[in-house]
Write a protein that binds this ligand. Sequence first.
Ligand code: FES
Length: 157
Amino acid sequence: MEREKIKRIVSKHRHEKAAILAILHEIQVEDKQLETESLNYIAQLLKIPVANVYGLATFYSAFSLGKKGDTKIRVCSGISCHINGADEVIEVLKSKFNLEMGETTWDEKFNLEKVHCLGLCSIGPNVAFNMDTYSKLNKERIEMIIEILHKRTGDSK
Ligand code: FES
């Protein structure tokens, strides 16, 4: 992200160190990622160690150091979902979107990531497409959901 934009966001928060999460969030929303250069500049503007900013950016799953897609696909790999067949669901997602975990499609429409829990352990396997979570998934159900999603987004895949 351009330095001027970062400066504007940090100034909006009056250079408050306590606003670091809000600042990171705004930059993430606007730029769909947190670039290393941006983190360095934020640290410089807030006069805090780069390691602190980097630590926060990598700790919270809401932040990403790489570009995210318009639709963020979060698949649960927690123990309950794993036992109930998450691996099969993950393989379908990887194959249908031609993505590995952590990757984003070339057109920035989708990105795929693993999470440790979506809070719906008893009805897994679970996958969230942005804010919409689907449960009790298996190969057939996830294929059907992906097909509907492609129709909705106008993607012919
Ligand atoms: S383990 Fe998958 S939702 Fe909790």
